[in-house]
Each structure stands twice: as structure tokens, then as C-alpha cells.
Design a protein around this ligand. Structure first.
Ligand code: 4NP
Length: 152
């Protein structure tokens, strides 16, 4: 089982999702690996944003991914492609090579326990609270996603 987390820049939300999910899946002994990618190539080759890496580190997660753009073979290579927000979801749907791949595309909010939230907010232009919020939402969603996969 392979999962791809997708956001806009692949330097904040999806690298954090990758690191948190892989950490929790390892703890759960689940044979799943996660990667991440960006809708854009704006930050290709860069490490995750320094603020995101530091916030994650303080919470016990080491973010090691290097930003890369989504490529068309990702729709073949991954079992699920999980969008951080509705724009990422729409962009994924538009980029899917054929309609057979559409059912692989999910939203991270599908796995939120607290339904008052409906996306993982982009923290890039905000303050430190935004980065903490990203970790809070991703920890919760990763745990529920692991349960979803265990039931498959
Ligand atoms: P991400 O955040 O999609 O969570 O990686 C962003 C990073 C960079 C930009 C936008 C969002 N940007 O405009 O460069």
C-alpha cells in the first residue's frame, strides 16, 4: 500500500503529513509507505519550510522530504492520493490521466475527527499558530487514516 499526500508547494502541509503518517504507521506496524508531492513545482528540490520542520521537530517528527511536483505516473504508482484542501483536490481531479483513477483521490478532511474543520489550512503566509494547527489536524487524520487502511 502506497499513499501520496498532496498540497500546493510540497514544503509545508504534505511533507508534514508524510512525516507524521509514516511515524504513526511504523508505530502501528502497518506495511504502508507515504510520500508527498506538490501541485506546483515552485519549490522543487527544497527541503520542507524551516518553520514547518522546526514545529514538527518540537512535536517529535523529523521531516526529511525534498519538494517535488506531482507527475502523471503518481496516479499509477500510489493507491491513494490525498489532498490537503479543496483546491488541491480539484487540481488532482483535473490532472488524473483517466476517470479510472478518480476514486484514488481523497481529501485529508475525510479523516478528521472534528468536523468543524474542512481542510488543512495553508500556513505559509501566517504565524506560528498555523503550523501548530497543521500538526494537530494531521496527527488526528493520520490516526484515522491508519484505522481506515487496517479495515481494508
Ligand atoms: P504548502 O504551502 O502547499 O502547504 O506547501 C505553501 C508553500 C508555498 C506556497 C504556497 C503554499 N507558495 O506560494 O510559494
Amino acid at each position: 500500500m502506497k499513499i501520496l499526500f498532496v498540497c500546493l508547494g510540497n514544503i509545508c502541509r504534505s511533507p508534514a503529513a508524510e512525516g507524521i503518517f509514516n511515524h504513526k504507521a511504523r508505530e502501528a506496524g502497518l506495511p504502508v509507505s507515504a510520500d508527498s508531492a506538490g501541485i506546483s513545482a515552485w519549490h522543487a528540490g527544497e527541503k520542507a519550510d524551516r518553520r514547518m520542520r522546526q514545529t514538527a521537530k518540537n512535536r517529535g517528527y523529523d521531516l526529511t522530504s525534498i519538494s517535488r511536483p506531482l507527475i502523471s505516473s503518481d496516479f499509477e504508482d500510489f493507491d491513494y492520493l490525498i489532498a490537503m484542501d479543496d483546491q488541491n483536490y480539484d487540481d488532482l481531479q483535473a490532472k488524473a490521466p483517466d476517470s479510472g483513477h478518480l476514486k484514488k483521490i481523497l481529501r485529508m478532511r475525510d479523516f478528521f475527527s472534528d468536523k468543524r474543520f474542512d481542510h488543512v489550512p495553508d500556513p505559509y503566509n501566517g504565524g506560528s499558530k498555523g503550523f501548530e494547527m497543521v500538526i494537530d489536524l494531521l496527527e488526528d487524520a493520520s490516526e484515522n487514516l491508519i484505522q481506515f487502511i487496517q479495515k481494508q
